[in-house]
Design a protein around this ligand. Structure first.
Ligand code: DSN
Length: 434
C-alpha cells in the first residue's frame, strides 16, 4: 500500500532528514508496545485522509456560511463528519472543528461563562484534566475553580463531595471525566447533581469515547448538556476534537469555536475524523472496544497477583493507574526503564500523591493500542511479568535485565503489527532471525 512505510521515497528525495525521522518513528512504533492509554494507532485510511490535499484549503465559518470561496468539497466533508458524529453518539449537534481537546474545552468556557465565574472539575492529580480548572491552566487562572477528588479508601469519585461542593459553590459548569480515571463514570449521578444546583454538565469523554461508541461504557448522551471528546484516543482517529450537544447549545458552541477561539478548521483532519467515525460505526469496532476492556481487566488482575497496588483496586475501562509506593520506587524511573525495555507508558500522579507531578509515585498505562494490534487477554500475564521484572530491575539498577526484556518485547511486538505495517514487521522479524 502506498501509505504504509516507504510511501516515503518521495519524501526522502525532498527532505531526507525528516523522512529518516519518520521512518525511525515507524520502527519505534512497530518494535515497542504502546501502552500510554491516550494513544493509539490510526488506520492507514485515517492517515491517508490526514495527509490529503484538504490540508491546502481555508474554510473559516461553517458549511454554507464560509468566508472564502471554493468550499464545494470542504462543506460536504464537514457535513459528512458532523452527520456521522451525530448518528454515532446519538446527539442533535456536532461541531467537528476544534483543533484539540483543550481548545474544545476552552470553547465551552467561552460559550457559557464570563471570567471569574465558578466552574467545578476533578482535580488534576486525582485524575482530572488541566482544562477542568487546574491552577496552571487559563481555566484555573481566569475562572473560579472548585475541585473534587476521589475517596481515599476506594480511589473512586466521591459523589458526596461533588454534591456538597456543588451546593456550597454553585458552579455554572460541572465537568465530569478526566485523564486518569480507571472506573465507569456515573453520568446519571453527575446530571442529578448538576440539576440540583442549576449547573451545566459537561462530560469530557476524550479517553473513553471509543468505549462509548463500542458499547462497553455508558453514554453521557441524555445526561450531559455538552460532550467534549478528542478523536485520537480510543476513537482511533486523527488528532482533533469534537463538541456534541443538543441544538439548544449549538449556536453558542459554534460561535465559541469559530470565530471565538479558532481560525480556519483543518479540513484534512475533518476528513480523517469522518473516516474514523465510519470505521467506528462498523460491527468490528464493538469487538475492538470489548477487547480493550478484556485486555485491561486481565492485565490488572495479573499486576495485582504480582503485588502491584492499583488505584481503585482495578479497572472497568482501558486504563490502569499503578501506585508504586509499595514497590519502593517512584513512577518516573520505572516509566523510563519500561521505555528502554520496549514498553511505553507515562509516569503519573496518583490520588493524594505526596510527590510532585514531574516526579510522581505512579505510572499510567492502558490497552487501546495493544488491542488495535490484536494483542488479546491471553498475552496480558506475559506483559504484566515484564512490567514486574522492569520495576524490580529499576529498584536494583539492573540495566542488563532491561536490555534482555527489550529483545523479548521486540520479538513479541513484531508478531502483532500495527495497522498497515504487516510487511514491515515480517521483514524486521526475518532480519532478526537470520
Ligand atoms: N494528554 C492527554 C492524556 O494523555 O490523557 C490528556 O490531554
Amino acid at each position: 500500500m502506498s501509505d504504509t512505510p516507504h510511501e516515503s521515497p518521495f519524501l526522502a528525495s525532498v527532505d531526507p532528514e525528516i523522512s529518516a525521522l519518520i521512518e525511525a518513528e515507524e520502527l519505534r512504533e512497530a518494535e515497542k508496545l504502546r501502552m500510554i492509554p491516550s494513544e493509539n494507532y490510526a488506520s492507514p485510511a485515517v492517515r491517508k485522509a490526514t495527509g490529503s490535499v484538504l490540508t491546502n484549503k481555508y474554510s473559516e465559518g461553517y458549511p454554507g456560511r464560509r468566508y472564502y470561496e471554493g468550499q464545494q468539497i470542504a462543506d460536504r466533508v464537514e457535513e459528512v463528519a458532523a452527520e456521522r458524529a451525530r448518528d454515532l453518539f446519538g446527539v442533535e449537534h456536532a461541531n467537528v472543528q476544534p483543533y484539540s481537546g483543550s481548545t474544545a474545552n476552552l470553547a465551552i468556557y467561552l460559550a457559557f461563562l464570563n471570567p471569574g465565574d465558578t466552574v467545578m472539575g476533578m482535580s488534576l492529580p486525582m485524575g482530572g484534566h488541566l482544562t477542568h480548572g487546574w491552577g496552571v491552566s487559563v481555566t484555573g487562572k481566569w475562572f473560579n475553580a472548585v475541585r473534587y477528588g476521589v475517596k481515599p479508601e476506594t480511589g473512586r469519585v466521591d459523589l458526596d463531595e461533588v454534591r456538597a461542593l456543588a451546593k456550597e459553590h454553585r458552579p455554572r459548569i460541572i465537568f465530569c471525566g478526566g485523564t486518569a480515571i480507571p472506573r465507569i463514570i456515573d453520568f446519571a449521578a453527575f446530571a442529578e447533581i448538576a440539576e440540583e444546583v442549576d449547573a451545566l454538565l459537561v462530560a469530557d469523554v476524550a479517553h473513553i469515547s471509543g468505549l462509548i461508541v463500542g458499547g462497553v461504557h455508558p453514554s453521557p448522551a441524555g445526561y450531559a448538556s455538552v460532550i467534549s471528546t478528542t478523536t485520537h484516543k480510543t476513537l482511533r482517529g486523527p488528532r482533533g476534537a469534537m463538541l456534541l450537544s443538543d441544538v439548544e447549545y449549538a449556536g453558542a458552541l459554534d460561535r465559541a469555536v469559530f470565530p471565538g477561539l479558532q481560525g480556519g478548521p483543518h479540513d484534512n483532519t475533518t476528513a480523517a475524523i469522518a473516516v474514523a467515525l465510519h470505521e467506528a460505526s462498523q460491527p468490528d469496532f464493538k469487538d475492538y472496544a470489548r477487547r480493550i476492556v478484556a485486555d485491561a481487566k486481565v492485565l490488572a488482575e495479573s499486576l495485582i497477583e504480582r503485588g502491584f497496588d492499583l488505584v481503585s483496586g482495578g479497572t472497568d475501562n482501558h486504563l490502569i493507574l499503578i501506585d508504586l509506593t509499595s514497590k519502593g520506587v517512584p513512577g518516573k524511573p520505572v516509566a523510563k526503564a519500561l521505555d528502554r525495555a520496549g514498553i511505553v507508558v507515562n509516569y503519573n500522579t496518583v490520588p493524594f500523591d505526596p510527590r510532585k507531578p514531574f516526579d510522581p509515585s505512579g505510572i499510567r498505562l492502558g490497552t487501546p493500542a495493544l488491542a488495535t494490534r490484536g494483542i488479546g487477554p491471553e498475552e496480558m500475564p506475559r506483559i504484566a511479568g515484564w512490567i514486574d521484572e522492569v520495576t524490580e530491575a529499576t529498584r536494583r539498577g539492573d540495566e542488563d535485565t532491561l536490555d534482555r526484556i527489550r529483545g523479548e518485547v521486540r520479538e513479541f511486538a513484531l508478531e502483532f503489527p500495527p495497522p498497515g505495517f504487516a510487511e514491515e514487521c515480517s521483514r524486521l522479524a526475518l532480519e532478526r532471525s537470520t
